[in-house]
Write a protein that binds this ligand. Structure first.
Ligand code: ARG
Length: 259
């Protein structure tokens, strides 16, 4: 399929985007693209990952919201594109980039070495730490405690890779984080490896559960993923850096992770 870039529109817009980025303010840098047709990109995600991305039905309609969505909105606004969200299983995200069904992925996705062979990544915009989630009364507090246990992880995630490295663990890979939590609650698995900010939300909602932070044994941060060779990486990086410098990223971290 065709490779979309923002700059399919006109080189004039491209130049105004590229040169309009010097200052520190944000809204002031809206590209001078008034009247120009906006390009629509497809963002793929796996909206089972609060507070990064999840379905919010509190307003009566089903909306995907979260930290990643706020970042995507900011980037879209800065670069002057519209986008549509496609929700799918986490394991389908990289394939969606490879087959041209999506232009970028935001899903709390970690740029780990084997993914770099199949996708390009932005700079990391948030760092996380893995945890063991289990029932409080199971007393599973260290990686050693997981020996001989059934441990749930999301299919295709870095957590799946980590669980497979622990000797003597029976790894149970499932598509959605909510399913994994459900399996712990109903004692079909003993524990799960889930990253801290996500674990925190599920544990707060399920007081019989606990989470214990474990050391990372590889990269664990989040970045935007693109099809290999995408022309959009650089522009996304520019806006992410801008957000890190102008306090916008910190504001969103506070909004979604520190409540
Ligand atoms: N950071 C982990 C990874 O990249 C897990 C991400 C899961 N994201 C999701 N939206 N379910 O493998």
């Amino acid at each position: 399929m065709k490779k979309l870039t923002f700059f399919g529109l006109s080189s004039v817009l491209a130049i105004s985007l590229l040169t309009g980025c010097g200052g520190g303010g944000q809204e002031a840098e809206q590209p001078a693209a008034e009247g120009a047709p906006k390009q629509k990109l497809i963002m793929a995600t796996s909206a089972d990952y609060p507070p990064y991305e999840f379905h919010d039905t509190s307003s009566g309609k089903d909306q995907i919201v979260g930290f990643d969505i706020d970042i995507a909105n900011y980037i879209a606004n800065e670069l002057g594109f519209e986008y549509e969200i496609k929700d799918m299983d986490f394991s389908g995200l990289i394939p969606s980039l490879q087959s041209g069904r999506a232009d970028f992925v935001m899903a709390g996705m970690t740029p780990k070495p084997d993914r770099l062979e199949n996708a390009d990544f932005s700079i990391v915009y948030f760092e996380a730490q893995n945890t063991i989630v289990s029932k409080k009364d199971n007393n599973l507090n260290t990686l050693e405690d997981l020996k001989g246990k059934k441990v749930g992880v999301q299919l295709g995630s870095i957590q799946e890779g980590e669980a497979k490295e622990i000797e003597g663990v029976e790894v149970v890979s499932l598509n959605k984080i909510a399913e994994i939590v459900q399996e712990i609650k109903s004692n079909r698995i003993d524990a799960a490896i889930i990253e801290d900010t996500v674990a925190k939300g599920y544990v707060t909602a399920n007081p019989e559960l606990q989470f214990v932070t474990i050391p990372n044994n590889g990269p664990a941060g989040s970045a935007v993923a693109f099809p290999k060779g995408s022309a959009n990486v650089e522009e996304f990086n520019r806006v992410i850096k801008q957000m890190q410098e102008n306090g916008e990223m910190e504001k969103l971290v506070k909004k979604w992770f520190e409540q």
